[in-house]
Design a protein around this ligand. Structure first.
Ligand SMILES: [Zn+2]
Length: 79
C-alpha cells in the first residue's frame, strides 16, 4: 500500500475501507432535510451503495467492511 491512500481522503469521508484492488469503500454523510443524520457507504470501485443509514451504525460499517473484502472492481484512474 502507498501512503497516498491515507493522505488523499476527501474531507467528508468518515471511514474508509480498502479493497484488495485498491478501490475504497467510503462512509460519508448524506444529510437530507428530513434526515439530517443520514449517512451512506459508497464503493468507489463498483458504485455499490448502502444508503440511508441513520448515524454511523455498525451495520453501515459492517457492510463497508464486508464489501471491501469481496469487491474486485478497480477504481477508475484519475486523470
Ligand atoms: Zn464494490
Amino acid at each position: 500500500m502507498t501512503s497516498q491512500t491515507a493522505t488523499t481522503w476527501p474531507t467528508d469521508v468518515l471511514y474508509r475501507f480498502l479493497t484488495i484492488v485498491g478501490a475504497t469503500v467510503d462512509v460519508v454523510p448524506q444529510p437530507s432535510d428530513a434526515l439530517p443524520d443520514r449517512h451512506a457507504a459508497i464503493c468507489r470501485g463498483c458504485d455499490a451503495t448502502y444508503p440511508n443509514a441513520i448515524g454511523v451504525s455498525h451495520h453501515l460499517k459492517d457492510w463497508a467492511q464486508t464489501h471491501s473484502q469481496t469487491c474486485r472492481a478497480m477504481p477508475r484512474p484519475t486523470v
